[in-house]
Design a protein around this ligand. Structure first.
Ligand code: ZN
Length: 227
């Protein structure tokens, strides 16, 4: 089941209290409307009376047994506590699929993709990628190469790219600036993804091992290394 509740947050702009409806866990197979909200960017997004858009950045366990998704989402700032987040994810996964889990759930563990994400943009990125049969390791390598190659993105201080669309010839990403802003959307030719995919996972990982830290598969791992 999904676990949702009402909560009150203060608007960062006008300080007025805003009533919000948020999920602690989201069963995407059972509640396709919540999954659609994640994909269209409306999940945990609210508009204050002053028109400010509030995105509630909180813990969320997103799962979808039909698609084999078990994605932990921590608030974005928690990436600095990556080890603790990974430990918590291991514990919850063990409780959900281990010896104490229901008989019908335990066998699903082997086919379940487990990921640790930071923020809803990253969660959506993982869901869209897997829906389209894209490898998230290949995508993260693609992001690293695009950010290194494109001077205009460096000038905008873009530190993250989040997959929002998969088209016949292109992949579409939202850019994330240092301060959390999103200056623009960019499209990258699908052929660039295919070229990296052709190298194979082993070669990609050998060249850039910090892309993977257990179930955290992200170019953000590189930022931690240089921090
Ligand atoms: Zn406000």
């Amino acid at each position: 089941m999904s676990i949702t509740h009402e909560s009150i947050v203060d608007c960062p702009r006008c300080q007025l209290p805003v009533r919000v409806f948020v999920a602690d866990s989201l069963n995407a197979g059972r509640h396709p409307g919540l999954r659609a909200a994640l994909l269209d960017g409306s999940l945990h997004r609210f508009t204050c009376v002053c028109d400010y858009q509030i995105v509630v950045d909180k813990y969320l366990l997103y799962f979808d047994h039909g698609r084999g998704h078990f994605f932990f989402t921590f608030p974005r700032t928690q990436i600095t506590n990556l080890a603790a987040c990974l430990a918590e994810a291991r514990e919850v996964f063990e409780l959900s699929f281990g010896a104490q889990a229901p008989d019908e759930v335990r066998p699903l563990a082997a086919q379940t993709m487990v990921r640790v994400c930071f923020g809803l943009d990253q969660l959506r990125d993982k869901v869209i990628a897997d829906d389209h049969g894209l490898s998230d390791l290949v995508l993260e390598e693609l992001k690293c190469e695009v950010l290194a190659e494109r001077a205009e993105l460096r000038e905008l201080q873009v530190i993250g790219l989040w997959l929002v669309g998969v088209h016949a010839e292109t992949l579409e990403f939202l850019t994330q600036g240092l301060d959390g802003t999103r200056p623009q959307r960019i499209k990258i030719p699908r052929a660039a993804y295919d070229e990296i995919a052709a190298r194979g996972h082993a070669e990609i990982l050998a060249a850039r091992p910090s892309l993977v830290n257990g179930p955290h598969v992200s170019m953000l791992g590189m930022l931690l290394e240089t921090a």
